[in-house]
Design a protein around this ligand. Structure first.
Ligand code: NAD
Length: 487
């Protein structure tokens, strides 16, 4: 079996312990992964701290940091096919999606490369005649980045890119479910020429994650994952008082009005819930549909769901692959069973497929008679769509906002005025109008409530990896006056 290595202080090693990684398409082990021990985590954080304080990295100009990030972007683009192959093998995400997504990840590094020397301080028009006061923007320090298994290269790029642009150093913990692409990414990073310790890549589960996020030398924790784990992260950060940014799950409404382009909305709904086998934090997992078009819309959607090509993730023809883990599939089945008992009706799919691997079919559940069923309130992280319907625009908005999450949303309408009212009314970090699941390094991404806080992508994300230092310089040659009066 192939052995992957962790990357600490610019060197690769197998780690003291290893674990098997399973191929989700077969359920069988295919590679050995290094499991970071507490000592490994400590070494990684200390290496990141040394790099942060070292002259090589600390004295590098922002322009030089940007040039290194550009080199990294080129290397990611060059190696995208290999990274895609590994992500597909280790997580079951279909090759059609990983190939396109990883090629685009290079653009995130390019964007933050360009931003590195545009992070500016400020001069203040201070209200004292003998003072010059300005603000320096300095890197926050050592960043602990913790990512889940889905879209890891993307979810890491939106942390590593802005953090390095700002001058921070990073310890990234890849998910124990499918870490291969991140461990391979470390090899690519190593070729870019950054000083050692600037990025360290480890993997492991709760012990490694908890040690890292509560480490006294960590200044900021950038986390993507589920809300339950996020609560642990925030508790861990009580140990080091690190700042946190949390990108969590969602139960995003996908709202379709009777005046929408139905063909386009059906396709976008397919993309919103069945693409990436539904394992997407922004999945449009609650269809909120006008009663005037509900029947025809569901009929077309059901036909599409049943036509989806389910198959091996490494086959370019496959549209839906396996779920990443068996536990996810078991959870989906349990949630659907409970929802059925609460009155929800499965229109298509609903149970595991009878084949090797962790396959689960595109599923649609009508919740008209059970608007508070478990399938409406819980994130599946799988290809499962729950449906509610409405008569009026007010009702649509009420249903859309009736969630503890607040990450993404979609509105399909041909009325400009209605679109604007919905944009204003929806409580979510992203509103897509007549489109869905579009992302870019230039646009911020994130939510509120159970979907977390902070934004990734865009210019603000780089500023979020900085802290402000206020500098006071006295310009008078006269002696300091009365020392007992505050200046
Ligand atoms: P998870 O929360 O189980 O795990 C995420 C990471 O946290 C893993 O690396 C895991 O090892 C680590 N971890 C677990 N316990 C920890 C602890 N006590 N301390 C520190 N680290 C710990 O998530 P998952 O099941 O791997 O991924 C799915 C979740 O991620 C979904 O809820 C999904 O919506 C969310 N997600 C969000 C976004 C976003 O950008 N908003 C993107 C992708 C996924």
């Amino acid at each position: 079996m192939q052995q992957f290595q962790q990357y600490i202080d610019g060197a690769f090693n197998d780690g003291a312990a290893q674990f098997d990684s399973l191929d989700p398409a077969t359920g069988a082990p295919w590679a050995r992964m290094p499991e970071a021990s507490v000592a490994d985590v400590n070494r990684a954080v200390e290496a990141a701290e040394r790099a942060f304080l070292s002259s090589d990295w600390a004295l590098m100009t922002a322009t030089q940091r940007g040039k290194l990030l550009l080199k990294l972007a080129d290397l990611v683009a060059e190696n995208a096919p290999r990274l895609a192959e590994l992500e597909t093998r280790d997580t079951g995400k279909i090759i059609r999606e990983t190939s396109a997504q990883i090629a685009y990840v290079a653009e995130y590094y390019r964007y933050y490369a360009g931003l590195a020397d545009k992070i500016e301080g400020a001069h203040l028009p201070i209200d004292k005649p003998d003072m010059e006061v300005w603000l320096r923007r300095e890197p926050v320090g050592v960043v602990a980045a913790v990512v889940p298994w889905n879209s890891q290269l993307f979810l890491s790029a939106v942390k590593i890119g802005p953090a390095l642009a700002a001058g921070c150093t990073v310890v990234l913990k890849a998910s124990e479910d499918g870490p291969a692409p991140m461990l391979e990414f470390a090899r690519i990073f190593d070729q870019a020429g950054f000083p050692k310790g600037v990025l360290n890549v480890i993997t492991g589960g709760v012990e490694a994650g908890a040690t890292l996020t509560s480490h006294p030398k960590v200044d900021h924790v950038a986390f993507t994952g589920g809300p339950e784990t996020a609560r642990h992260i925030v508790r861990n950060s009580a140990e080091n008082l690190a700042s946190t940014s949390l990108e969590l799950g969602g139960k995003s409404p996908f709202i379709v009005f009777e005046d929408a382009d139905i063909e386009s909305a059906v396709n976008a709904q397919v993309s919103g819930i069945f693409a990436a086998t539904g394992q997407s934090c922004v999945a449009g997992s609650r269809l909120v549909i006008s009663n005037q078009i509900k029947d025809q819309f569901l009929e077309r959607l059901k036909a599409k769901a049943q036509e989806v090509v389910i198959g091996a993730p490494d086959d370019m023809a496959t549209e839906v692959g396996p779920l990443c883990t068996l536990r996810q599939r078991e959870r989906a089945i349990a949630l659907i069973k409970a929802s059925e008992q609460q009155g929800a009706k499965v229109i298509t799919g609903g149970d595991a497929l009878d084949r090797d691997g962790f396959y689960f079919p595109p599923t649609i559940i009508d919740c008209s008679d059970a608007p508070n069923a478990d399938c409406i309130t819980n994130e599946f992280f799988g290809p499962v769509l729950s449906v509610l319907s409405f008569d009026t625009e007010e009702e649509a908005l009420e249903i859309a906002n009736n969630t503890a999450f607040g990450l993404a949303s979609g509105v399909f309408t041909n009325s400009l005025t209605r679109a604007h009212r919905m944009i204003r009314g929806i409580r979510a970090g992203i509103v897509w109008v007549n489109t869905y699941r579009a992302v870019s390094p230039i646009a911020p991404f994130g939510g509120h409530g159970l979907s977390g806080h902070g934004r990734e992508g865009g210019m603000q994300a780089a500023l979020d990896y900085t802290k402000v230092k206020a500098v006071w310089l006295r310009t008078s040659d006269d002696p300091i006056p009365d020392p007992f009066v505050m200046r």
